[in-house]
Write a protein that binds this ligand. Structure first.
Ligand SMILES: [Fe+2]
Length: 312
């Protein structure tokens, strides 16, 4: 039953991509801002006829040494949105990021739009709420977000159809957004020469990630794929964040067609065992599990982020 529902969601996504590729519906315009401090791509996707738009995975600048936040990255997005005359309908998170803080609340204040993430965020909130010993003020029901999406849910950006695919593995709540012929896969696959996302965070699972990637790669080969991160593969000097489903199928160094599940899991788990924690994982998670909001101020008026100390 679940499989049949997953098939239906994938069929919906395939139909949306094909209609855009065949010119039956408009293809969206995608403009990307790349944050070199966290290697994150923020995408602004819009309907060129009526200027309706969504912002995907916006970055808040954060200096961990001083605890100071700033808005240079977010303000560039705001300037672009205003210059293009876009109307922001959605602020879409592909997942609760562990490498950067979300600027979604700041952008919502400036531009409007509804902040959305995957419905499985409640599992992530349970895990990290416990890990950071958050108090009762931290609800584990996703209500910090304006909307929670499940697999197969549809929405529109202007007159462009979009559908959500649940692609767990990196985290339990990861989503891919399919908007016309543009696919935003979040942390699943990266550029073909770099491979795939890690699967060793709490609730992550390499086998689940493999299955999510296989599902994504069933989309039409000509679909444009806009990645969440790029880290420059060895031998490549520039950041790149756009490819196609066909290029991933043919050449992804971890997950191209023909790589079997067990081999992928062995490779992914061995590689993950060598990776250090992302520089901003502790502040990012505490903020992103709250939809980009900081914990409430303490009685001196200051907001604090916690560091759980290991090995004492
Ligand atoms: Fe991530």
């Amino acid at each position: 039953m679940v499989d049949r529902e997953q098939d239906r969601a994938l069929a919906k996504a395939t139909g949306i991509v094909e209609n855009a590729l065949l010119g039956k519906t408009r293809a969206p315009v995608v403009h990307t801002f790349f944050d070199e401090a966290t290697f994150t791509a923020t995408h602004v996707v819009h309907d060129p006829e009526n200027r309706a738009a969504a912002i995907i995975d916006p970055v808040l600048d954060y200096d961990p040494a001083s605890g100071r936040i700033s808005y240079e990255s977010a303000d560039k997005v705001i300037a672009y949105v205003k210059e293009q005359g876009l109307q922001i309908a959605w602020l879409l998170e592909t997942h609760a990021h562990a490498d950067h803080l979300s600027a979604a609340p700041y952008l919502k204040g400036a531009l409007g739009g509804r902040i959305a993430i995957g419905a499985h965020i409640v599992e992530v909130q349970d895990t990290f709420g416990a890990m950071f010993n958050a108090g009762d003020e931290f609800q584990r029901d996703g209500t910090q977000f304006d909307h929670l999406f499940a697999d197969g849910d549809t929405f529109t950006i202007g007159e462009i159809d979009a559908v959500v695919l649940h692609v767990p593995g990196h985290t339990p709540a990861d989503l891919a957004y399919v908007v016309g012929d543009a696919v935003f896969p979040g942390d699943t696959i990266f550029m073909p020469d770099f491979g795939t996302a890690r699967a060793d965070f709490p609730g992550g699972d390499a086998r689940t990630l493999y299955r999510s990637i296989r599902r994504l790669l069933e989309l039409p080969g000509k679909a444009r794929l806009f990645l969440c991160h790029d880290y420059k593969a060895p031998g490549r000097d520039e950041f790149v964040w756009e490819t196609t489903i066909a290029e991933e199928r043919d050449g992804n160094i971890h997950a191209a067609s023909g790589v079997n599940e067990d081999d992928f899991v062995t490779m992914r788990e061995a590689r993950d065992a060598t990776l250090g924690m992302p520089r901003l994982i502790l502040p990012s998670i505490q903020v992103n599990m709250r939809a980009g909001h900081f914990p409430p101020p303490e009685d001196n008026g200051t907001r604090y982020l916690k560091i759980p100390v290991q090995g004492v």
